[in-house]
Design a protein around this ligand. Sequence first.
Ligand code: ZN
Length: 259
Amino acid sequence: MSESRRPGVLHECSFPQIRDKTWPVALLPFGATEPHNTHLPYGTDTILGSEVAARVAAACIARGTKVVALPAVPFGVNTTQLDLPLTINVMPSTQLAIVRDVIGSLEPHGVRALVLLNAHGGNELRALVRELQPSTPIMLAIVNWWQAADHAQFTEPGDHAGELETAAMLHVAPHLVEADRTTWGDGRSYPSTLEGVRTGVAWMPRRWTQATHDTGVGNPRAASAESGATFMARAVERIAAFCCELALADTQRLWAPRD
Ligand SMILES: [Zn+2]
């Protein structure tokens, strides 16, 4: 964490840093509290979502666009991991209530767009946006930060506590990553017993204690802080560009022929 107050990071800002300015775009990171293989902390998704949001806000402010990073929601949807100790679940319906209340708090203050910056695969936020968008003038958008840049640099990006997430944590919070790599689980996972799920005809949420060996999905061993830094920088750049677009977008005309 930075040792000085970062502009646009709401929970680090004082009242004078926020008042008298208009903040057209707000970022709401969504994390989770759950095991991440044997080498990453429970708060991995919250830490990464918060950091990406802070960097996106900084990048936008440097370009002259006021983007504010809200505090992260530290709990995610973990309904199929409740048998893993101290995994904290919030229901999608609870997330809906949280986002509705955040929107209600932002509406009177000139916020034009709210970006749900997701860092946890179990948080499926589209249904929330579909339900809430008709009742607010604030444009709602979703970014899954780990999908915002090309994965080509990773040998096996992984799905949960794999190479991508581990690399990002080695870059952002190396003190929270288990130092002895020989203790890291290999992140092996197991397929569904149902052919229809294996072939993609149907989807069912994975029962984590059956689908994984060490709670991770994807081998983290090839992760490096350098690849984490490169990937995060690219993701931040692309998300920041989108936020700057949103700040200027015509809210009444978001789809039109391109000619
Ligand atoms: Zn994660």
